[in-house]
Design a protein around this ligand. Structure first.
Ligand SMILES: NC(=O)c1ccc[n+]([C@@H]2O[C@H](COP(=O)([O-])OP(=O)(O)OC[C@H]3O[C@@H](n4cnc5c(N)ncnc54)[C@H](O)[C@@H]3O)[C@@H](O)[C@H]2O)c1
Length: 426
């Protein structure tokens, strides 16, 4: 394919100028990525590599895409969620010659059609968020998985879980780097990014007052704990439901109420799931909920809230505001579901702030370069899920700190010796 005349399918190419302004705004908040762009556009470590990406089409993702291109890669792209594409950003990328297939509000068939178009391009590297691209390659194009693709990277917790399960079964046909598990990703993006943007999505879809509300969060992991802190900061009474004792204990010691969903369902005003697990809110919970309860999800897939069961309990449904559907149950009670149970922060708001994606995408970018460099040196990682090197994490954190204007101390020689010496005690 002639890259510069890249094919594309987006909602409306005329939105490109608006998208370009958004991308420029993101660039101004992503100093690490811009530093990488400057540095690697000279050396072009990705020259000759073809990357297919499947990740939310947002202004921050556009910064990643254009940085990969600046480093020499050919890139084709699709969105990883039917509701998360920002149409103006997709148009701006298309206008810049990127073969991109993404628009907001696509159906599931169109979603997979878009992924497949990025494969027409015969990628040798993949970049995923949720592993749908990797699954498509493994299920429909096994030869491509075995022979063409040399490696991939995965952005999110759910994707990493599934890929580890595939690897354990011997079903993974190429190595994947777990970008999610980098400290500069998991402990920042999921906590501060999902924390802030999920509240942003809830407010844009409802404009309700959070102060004084019973705000139920299912899952007190990285994302859930971030949402909890933000909700509490706005005066909500935070209630946590969990299945892991340690996570529940942490929530209790943070001062939140902890209880099973069966109990929380009766008192919650707003519910958000952040577990990565299906059927967290089901029929029996909807039946117990108060009139006017608001329900949403910020986990990767739309299976955490069982909307099929809610639909069966309901006599009607209507869109009452953007990204806010009112279900009227047969007994007359109303329950409001945001963003069709999909990622509320990406569907109803703009996803994570640029500042935090700066680090997540720095990890994506460095991991793609690592796979290309290993390949150039004739090395291939084994077909499993690999952590990013600790040095990469510290390197990215270091650049981020510097760009934020912070300085830190250095260990002295004596301190380094002390840390590895066991002869000194009291
Ligand atoms: N919205 C976003 O932009 C965004 C960003 C990053 C990650 N994610 C997704 O969010 C989900 C959570 O990611 P994470 O990094 O917080 O994972 P995590 O593993 O840190 O936390 C998940 C927590 O959910 C708990 N849990 C599991 N099943 C539960 C149940 N039935 N009821 C209550 N709690 C339950 C687990 O015990 C765990 O503590 C994943 O699907 C991930 O892919 C979304």
């Amino acid at each position: 394919m002639d890259y510069k005349k890249g094919k594309y399918k987006v909602r409306n190419i005329k939105l490109a100028d608006d998208g370009r302004k958004k991308i420029e705004w993101a660039e101004s908040r992503m100093p690490v990525m811009m530093e990488f762009r400057k540095k690697y556009s000279k050396t072009k470590p990705l020259k000759g590599y073809r990357i297919a990406g499947c990740l939310h089409v947002t202004k921050e993702t556009a910064v990643l895409v254009e940085t990969l291109v600046a480093a020499g890669a050919y890139v084709s792209w699709s969105g990883c969620n039917p509701l998360s594409t920002q149409d103006d950003v997709a148009a701006a990328l298309a206008k810049n010659g990127i073969p991109i297939y993404a628009w907001h509000g696509m159906n599931v068939k169109e979603f997979y059609w878009c992924i497949e178009r990025t494969l027409d391009f015969k990628p040798n590297l993949t970049l995923d968020d949720g592993a749908d691209l990797i699954f498509t390659i493994h299920n429909k194009y096994p030869k491509m998985a075995q022979t063409t693709v040399i490696g991939g990277t995965e952005e999110t917790t759910t994707g990493v879980h599934r890929l580890r399960a595939m690897a354990a079964d011997g079903a993974l046909k190429y190595p994947v780097i777990a970008v999610n598990d980098a400290e500069t990703k998991w402990d920042f993006d999921n906590v501060y990014g999902t924390g802030q943007s999920s509240i942003d999505g809830i407010l844009r879809a409802t404009s309700v007052l959070l102060a004084g509300k019973n705000f139920v969060i299912a899952g007190f992991g990285h994302c859930g704990s971030g949402v909890a802190k933000r909700a509490a900061g706005m005066g909500a009474n935070v209630i946590i439901t969990e299945v892991k004792p340690i996570a529940a204990l942490k929530a209790a010691l943070e001062g939140y109420q902890v209880m099973p969903m069966d109990q929380a369902a009766k008192i919650g005003d707003i519910f958000i799931t952040a577990t990565g697990v299906k059927d967290v809110i089901i029929k029996k919970h909807f039946e117990k909920m108060k009139e006017g309860a608001i329900v949403c999800n910020t986990g990767h897939y739309d299976c955490e809230i069982n909307l099929t069961e809610l639909a069966k309990l309901s006599k009607s449904k209507r869109l009452i505001r953007d990204n806010n559907e009112e279900y009227t149950l047969k007994n007359g009670k109303k329950i409001f579901v945001l963003a069709q149970g999909r990622l509320v922060n990406l569907a109803a708001a703009e996803g994570h702030p640029s500042e935090v994606m700066d680090m997540s995408f720095a990890n994506q970018f460095m991991s793609q370069i690592r796979l290309a460099e290993l390949d150039r040196n004739g090395i291939r990682l084994d077909n499993s899920v690999h952590d990013i090197p600790v040095e990469q994490d510290q390197y990215i954190a270091g650049i981020k700190l510097t760009t934020l204007g912070y300085k830190i101390d250095k260990l002295t020689k004596e301190q380094i010796h002390y840390m590895s010496d066991y002869s000194e005690g009291t």
